[in-house]
Design a protein around this ligand. Structure first.
Ligand SMILES: Nc1nc2c(ncn2[C@@H]2O[C@H](COP(=O)(O)OP(=O)(O)OP(=O)(O)O)[C@@H](O)[C@H]2O)c(=O)[nH]1
Length: 383
């Protein structure tokens, strides 16, 4: 069970790093299976009188394995492995396992040959991580270790081993490790190629995501004013209507700039554009961040106020109307006052949105008919 502190360390890592740490732990557990199998075989060898050391010595061997593995486990769990060039600690694990195995084999006598295959199994853990040089040097360590056992017995225990047979076993081990190091470089190259392809695909994906974002923006934003467009407004209003409670309502205002055609005709399209942009900016400034304003058509804008009664809606649009009338524009005479007319309505959860927008439009028409520069509320909104 990991300690609270180490668990905190694992969870406070960035998600990518935590994912890799989890993979490293998985690999660690797999290595433990290898240890478990080896020690089970050794115990069986001890029971079959093939292990030439006392029971306490066997316990020391197993204890050494457990202690070193606990050390590696602590390094990974505490995140200290991240300080190393290879946070998987592959080289360290392989060196420790190779030395422990050699130490064990020293006590196995003629049964030793059956267990030399554990060397390649240990080295298999480095297939994905180690460079060819590292792999070769670890193979060399295994061959030197096993070779030293043969030499030791030859010198100090003459006659206890079949020398040609043990040399043949050493040779077989050398061939297998040589083949494994070639296989290792092949796998490594393949892995690097796949990684490069993965990065390229990731880069393409990022570009596509960016383009999708831009397209989404283009599809929902009005280029001249930077406001949302009609499509976005309708979708967003429907979404908000669906979230409304039974007695809640949204304020809806359709705004049209007065005699806008005249501005275009008398002072030019660029001045008309400036008026539209300045109106957009002003309305944005006067509204709250969760209100919605969109350009509904040429010089027509639409506003949606969340959770709002008629009085608040009227006050809000009036504030915009009065502020707009006071704005001055570089392309217009100083005493020129731009005005707007607005038609107001409300939207309730059960309403047909199109119908409510039509009502706001009718109210806007009345405002225009009434002399412009005013806000008019549709009768149905009082119901
Ligand atoms: N500069 C500019 N003008 C635009 C844009 N979109 C629409 N218009 C113009 O807005 C004008 C709208 O004129 P009308 O619909 O006759 O309305 P109006 O002159 O405002 O008259 P009322 O609405 O009755 O007060 C047209 O001349 C359009 O060409 C735009 O993006 N930029």
């Amino acid at each position: 069970m990991p300690s609270r502190k180490s668990r905190h360390k694992m969870t406070s890592m960035d998600p990518n790093q935590a994912k890799f740490q989890a993979l490293r732990l998985q690999r660690f557990y797999m290595a433990q299976l290898n240890y478990l199998i080896t020690y089970t075989v050794i115990c069986a060898a001890w029971l079959a009188d093939q292990y030439q050391a006392s029971a306490p010595m066997l316990a020391v061997h197993i204890g050494l394995g457990v202690a070193t593995q606990l050390g590696f486990y602590w390094l990974i769990r505490s995140g200290r492995n991240l300080r190393y060039r290879d946070p998987s600690l592959t080289s360290g694990q392989i060196i420790v396992a190779t030395l422990l195995l050699t130490y064990l084999l020293a006590y196995l006598g003629s049964f030793r040959g059956s267990l030399i295959m554990v060397y390649p199994i240990i080295l298999m853990f480095g297939v994905f991580q180690l460079s060819r040089r590292e792999f070769l040097s670890h193979s060399l360590l295994a061959l030197t270790g096993y070779g030293s056992l043969i030499a030791y017995d030859y010198i100090y225990n003459p006659g206890t081993q079949d020398l040609p047979l043990t040399l043949l076993q050493w040779f077989v081990l050398a061939c297998i490790l040589g083949w494994l190091s070639m296989f290792c470089s092949y796998i490594r190259e393949l892995r690097e190629r796949l990684q490069r392809r993965h990065y390229t695909l990731q880069a393409h994906q990022e570009t596509l995501k960016g383009m999708m974002g831009q397209l989404q923006n283009l599809a929902t934003t009005d280029a001249l004013t930077g406001l949302a467009n009609r499509r976005y407004f309708i979708d967003e209003t429907r979404r908000r209507m669906a979230l409304l409670g039974p007695r809640q309502q949204l304020g809806l205002a359709l705004i049209d700039l007065d005699h806008f055609k005249r501005i275009n005709d008398l002072y030019g399209h660029a001045v008309g554009d400036e008026v539209l942009q300045r109106f957009a900016q002003l309305a944005r400034d006067k509204l709250r961040s969760d209100d919605v304003i969109a350009r509904f058509g040429g010089e027509e804008f639409i506003i949606l106020l969340s959770n709002c009664d008629l009085e608040t809606l009227h006050q809000c649009v009036e504030r915009i109307r009065q502020a707009f009338a006071k704005l001055q524009f570089s392309g217009l005479p100083e005493d020129y006052s731009c005005t707007l007319s607005a038609g107001l309505s409300v939207v309730r959860p059960e309403d047909d949105l199109e119908e409510r927008i039509n009502q706001a439009d009718q109210a806007l028409y009345q405002a225009k008919q009434g002399g412009r520069n005013r806000c008019t509320t549709h009768q149905a909104a009082y119901a």
